[in-house]
Design a protein around this ligand. Structure first.
Ligand code: NI
Length: 194
């Protein structure tokens, strides 16, 4: 079922998100939540979604980029369900990304860690570890930020980079793709088992 995505200012996006228990992860309630998150993300052409973006304050998020109208420059990323994810930085390198969000009507520039390791469960509660680099790492960090009640606007250091989607496409898109190409090229493989 496609669920409504709360927008910035809705307290559900800032509330604490609880860990999913081992007992609960295979319940019909959690499995339906995950299915609905996937459906809602795909319907909105998102690259990821967090449970609080369908109104549920649990530490579950999903990432996945197919050929995506919203992000045609983004490398593909397999659909991955992360339950109780924890992000560890690898190295110290960062890059300047430009991100949008299904819960925020404007985009902006923000720094992301270049390489991370994620420790998590999959949707059945099995341990899952993966290394992510570049834009794929940025997507994971964006979704885990949601689980910490953080939105992109909290991380934007230069407010002059704020832009509507329409104005980003008209005025910033080409410059951003030029800026991000070296990051994409330098971060292969984008994912790797940890
Ligand atoms: Ni978001």
């Amino acid at each position: 079922m496609i669920r409504t995505i709360p927008q910035i200012g809705d307290p559900v996006l800032r509330a604490a998100n609880l860990e999913v228990s081992v007992e609960a992860v295979n319940s019909a309630e959690i499995q339906t939540l995950i299915d609905d998150m996937i459906e809602t993300m795909r319907h909105a052409n998102g690259a990821g979604i967090a449970a609080n973006q369908v109104g549920v304050n649990l530490r579950v998020c999903i990432i996945g980029v197919e050929a995506n109208e919203r992000y045609p420059y983004k490398p593909a990323l397999p659909l991955t369900v992360l339950v109780n994810p924890v992000v560890h930085q690898i190295g110290t390198e960062t890059y300047l990304n430009n991100e949008g969000c299904l819960s925020v009507p404007i985009r902006g520039d923000l720094l992301r860690m270049m390489s991370i390791k994620v420790r998590s469960w999959d949707r059945t509660g099995r341990p899952f570890e993966q290394i992510y680099r570049g834009l794929s790492a940025g997507t994971v960090q964006h979704e885990v930020d949601h689980l910490d009640g953080k939105l992109i606007l909290d991380r934007v250091t230069d407010p002059t980079s704020f832009s509507t989607w329409e104005n980003f496409r008209a005025h910033e898109y080409d410059r951003f793709v030029d800026r991000i190409q070296p990051v994409i090229a330098a971060t292969e493989p984008r994912t790797e088992p940890a």
